[in-house]
Write a protein of this length. Structure first.
Length: 175
């Protein structure tokens, strides 16, 4: 089951990378979140940094599922998802600066720990995520926002972000 989920996530990542997209930066909440993530990650080992990025990645799925649990109308869902996604983007970028400071072995450790975290995504969370996507599939904007949470991890890997979403890298000052 997890192998199938990982394959689906990878396929979605590739599809979204080809499409591009993004949202405008939001409020001071994002700035505060970024500062917190940056400060917390400042003294982490590569393994701990990868664990933190992985934990935030999984938390994004939980937050998305919780946000859509009551199945708000499409406009409210899109607004909430946009804000939530931007908050996680800013966190990932802050953690990405820590990853950038590592040598290649440290970066590989971070990446391996992120992959391990994603492999531990609970089946119930993934199923709820898939159900939310299915429930909003008739609204392309909302469906694409939901699907875009699959690629949040690229925001902590600047090389990958520059390659797969150069407009986002540029928007974030990482170009």
């Amino acid at each position: 089951m997890k192998a199938a989920a990982a394959a689906l996530l990878a396929a979605t990542i590739l599809a979204l990378a080809a499409c591009g997209g993004g949202t405008a930066a939001s409020s001071t909440t994002v700035v505060a979140t970024t500062a917190t993530a940056s400060t917390t990650a400042a003294s982490l080992s590569p393994g701990a940094l990868g664990d933190q990025i992985g934990a935030r990645y999984l938390a994004a799925y939980d937050d998305l599922v919780a946000l859509l649990a009551g199945r708000p109308d499409a406009a409210a869902a899109a607004e909430g998802l946009s804000v939530l996604k931007e908050q996680y983007i800013q966190e990932m970028v802050a953690l990405g600066y820590q990853r950038e400071a590592l040598d290649s072995a440290g970066r590989a450790t971070v990446d391996a720990r992120i992959t391990a975290a994603l492999d531990s995504l609970p089946t119930a969370t993934y199923d709820a995520y898939q159900q939310a996507y299915s429930d909003y599939s008739s609204d392309l904007e909302v469906a694409n926002l939901i699907a875009s949470f699959n690629i949040l991890g690229q925001y902590a890997n600047f090389d990958l972000l520059r390659q797969q979403a150069p407009e986002e890298a540029e928007r974030l000052g990482l170009g």
